[in-house]
Design a protein around this ligand. Structure first.
Ligand code: BGC
Length: 377
């Protein structure tokens, strides 16, 4: 009887070992290092593209990859990262839904000595964070505000069109990038707000007043509908809406189409090059998007990760291997203890006549009648 019990136990143990080795909690035994990637959500086009491309690139370089998308849900992302840490990944790449919510989880990463690269979005106050790879997010905001100023001719000396009315639609306060985008925009607009050349009729001016929880398109739509009903229904002209991201622009465009009764087409900005936004560029309902080449960001991340995994410290010298221009900054961002090496790529403005350039990235292709772009993946 005892012998039978022993045999059953041994069998169960072997089964358990088999299961864990096959990916349920133990590092694989193929000698390859494993990179854990945590992206905000698969349903958000930008992060789906980033996640899949990062995975492919790391696999091409000979790493195992565990990629997790967290449905834009903070608790789920915390959970997903805990699983990656329990799985003993060798390095974590995180684009945080809420940078402030990561602190405790990343303490476990620090204890296990798992280095963290913040991808696109910075995570404050965690010693596990070793590097930050992103775009120059302040410049994104500057480009959007500068585009509006140029398009409306606001700073032309002979412009006596009077006062220009604009509205600001910003991102999620939990995303560390959102306030940087806001600063880039508001700093650029401030002289015109001070001189009275630009007005914001809704009175929503601060970052908190203009933020959109969860970066949700639907919330941007409803918010814009409310603004239009309260401040523009009496015939006030809306000259421009500074939307910080394509996912917000799409909602704002819908609101303008249904609820704005002015005779002009307000200038609208965006960011990312989402397919719906690129269609809107062609249809003339969106005027620009700030494009951030995902391949460049992912390729830079792979180089930074490889440097760390080889036991070296990423610094300015590795930027010569990057596929695009990049500013190395080791002063601006810190992990609560010390400044961290940050690699900031350069964003660029894309308008309707620049779509061919996107095709050149290999991430987009023309549809059959060469009118709109679609994704190649
Ligand atoms: C990214 C943007 C994106 C936004 C919404 C930001 O953190 O930098 O590219 O549009 O999140 O997903």
């Amino acid at each position: 009887m005892k012998r039978k019990l022993k045999a059953v136990c041994a069998g169960l143990l072997a089964l358990a070992i088999g299961l864990t080795a096959s990916g349920c909690g133990m590092r694989k035994s193929d000698g390859k290092k494993t990179v854990g990637i945590a992206m905000p959500a698969k349903f958000l086009e930008r992060w789906n593209r980033d996640g899949e491309y990062l995975k492919r690139r790391f696999e091409d370089e000979g790493y195992n990859v565990e990629l997790r998308f967290s449905d834009n849900n903070i608790n789920q992302q915390v959970n997903d990262i805990q699983v990656l840490i329990a799985d003993d990944v060798d390095l974590l790449i995180i684009s945080a839904i809420d940078g402030g919510a990561m602190f405790r989880t990343l303490e476990d990463a620090a204890i296990k000595d798992i280095p963290v690269i913040c991808y696109d979005r910075m995570i404050p106050n965690s010693e596990a964070v070793k590097c930050y790879v992103s775009f120059d997010n302040y410049t994104v905001g500057q480009l959007q505000a500068g585009f509006i100023i140029d398009s409306l001719g606001i700073d032309k000396e002979d412009n006596d069109d009077g006062v220009f009315n604009i509205e600001l639609v910003m991102g999620d306060t939990a995303d560390t990038n959102a306030s940087v985008f806001y600063r880039g925009s508001i700093d650029t607009l401030q002289p015109y707000l001070d001189s009275g050349k630009i007005k914001i009729p809704s009175g929503k001016v601060t970052f908190e007043q203009t933020a959109t929880p969860g970066w949700e398109t639907d919330k941007a739509l409803k918010n814009m509908q409310n603004i239009l009903a309260s401040h523009y229904s009496g015939g006030t002209t809306l000259d421009a809406v500074l939307c910080t991201s394509d996912c917000l622009s799409i909602g704002v465009i819908q609101a303008i189409q249904t609820d704005y009764n002015g005779h002009n087409d307000p200038v609208i900005t965006g960011q990312d090059g989402d397919i719906a936004a690129l269609r809107a560029l062609v249809d003339n309902t969106l005027d620009m998007t700030v494009y951030k080449n995902v391949q460049h960001e992912a390729d830079a991340t792979v180089i930074v990760a490889r440097t760390i995994l080889e036991g070296r410290t990423p610094d300015d010298s590795i930027t010569s291997e990057f596929p695009a221009k990049c500013v190395f900054d080791n002063e601006t961002y810190n992990n609560g203890k010390e400044p961290i090496a940050s690699f900031l790529l350069t964003p660029e403005v894309i308008e309707a006549d620049g779509l061919e350039k996107l095709v050149g990235t290999g991430l987009y292709m023309w549809d059959d009648d060469h009118r709109y772009l679609r994704s190649t993946s």
